[in-house]
Design a protein around this ligand. Structure first.
Ligand SMILES: C[S@@+](CC[C@H](N)C(=O)[O-])C[C@H]1O[C@@H](n2cnc3c(N)ncnc32)[C@H](O)[C@@H]1O
Length: 249
């Protein structure tokens, strides 16, 4: 593909992401063809106490593909960054876990999601959560300030995945933890490459095999890299949700 064609394809996928996630923020009752909401989060093993504690409006636009909180504890006083935070359900849970002495920074590129996440933080009565409209390849976050970076169903949506892992490495403290869920190419269907008709915004054609994530994480400097589980969440026959853990040395 020529550079010009690649640039057009990239612009189209950014526009499609913006359109789809604006719909999910503003009209969450539609059938998007993939799981969302509180019941979906329950299927991923979110703690029932969090499902009940947070108002239903927080869950209506949530599109969890797995459960980043099942990948390790988050402690009071820690700083957490949530990449592609959407309407903010995970960011609000993190804000409650870190408490008043802690800080959570949610980042999302879709303005309607950013607005909804800010409203949802007010509804959940958390005041240690800040939401930024930004791209996860260029985080508005200081170097080495985060104890934990989480993400749920978002990294597959960028075509600059290595750049994202390098940004995560930059903002994590030494010893900091990365705990994320994402859509990947199902290893059992790895022989089926992405086709032109697959949607990027629906978390299909931007997916890569789990080993590609391991390679990029290692290249960015991470250690203790693990695929922890496959979550069973699907956006197509060729994709499956998976959870990953890694650590900054
Ligand atoms: C499938 S939704 C998941 C949202 C949220 N993590 C959840 O569990 O409900 C993906 C989110 O990633 C955001 N996103 C996509 N590309 C992004 C990028 N390059 N930088 C920041 N956010 C991005 C979208 O706007 C959308 O809100």
């Amino acid at each position: 593909m020529s550079d010009a064609k690649r640039a057009v394809a990239q612009d189209e996928s950014v526009a499609a992401i913006n359109a789809l996630y604006t719909e999910l923020a503003l009209r969450p009752d539609q059938d998007f063809g993939w799981g969302k909401g509180k019941q979906n989060a329950g299927r991923h093993g979110y703690d029932a106490a969090w499902l009940d504690r947070l108002p239903d409006r927080l869950w209506e636009s949530a599109a969890a593909v797995g459960n980043p909180f099942a990948l390790g504890p988050i402690h009071p006083g820690e700083t957490v960054v949530d990449l592609g935070c959407g309407a903010g359900a995970d960011a609000c849970i993190a804000a409650l876990l870190v408490g008043n002495e802690g800080r959570v920074i949610g980042v999302d590129v879709t303005p309607a999601m950013v607005a909804k996440a800010r409203d949802n933080a007010r509804l959940a009565a958390v005041d240690n959560l800040e939401i930024h409209e930004a791209d996860m390849t260029d985080l508005p976050v200081e170097d080495a300030c985060a104890h934990v970076v989480i993400s749920n169903g978002s990294i597959n949506l960028t075509s600059h995945k290595l750049c994202v892992f390098q940004e995560i490495y930059r903002v994590l403290r030494p010893g900091g933890r990365l705990q994320f869920a994402d859509m990947v190419r199902d290893p059992a269907a790895a022989a089926s490459p992405a086709t032109a008709c697959e949607s990027w915004a629906d978390c299909v054609s931007g997916t890569v095999e789990p080993e590609r994530y391991h390679g990029m994480l290692a290249q960015a400097g991470f250690t203790a890299i693990e695929t922890v589980s496959f979550t069973g969440y699907r956006t197509a026959e060729t994709t499956v949700g998976a959870t990953f853990r890694a650590r900054k040395p």
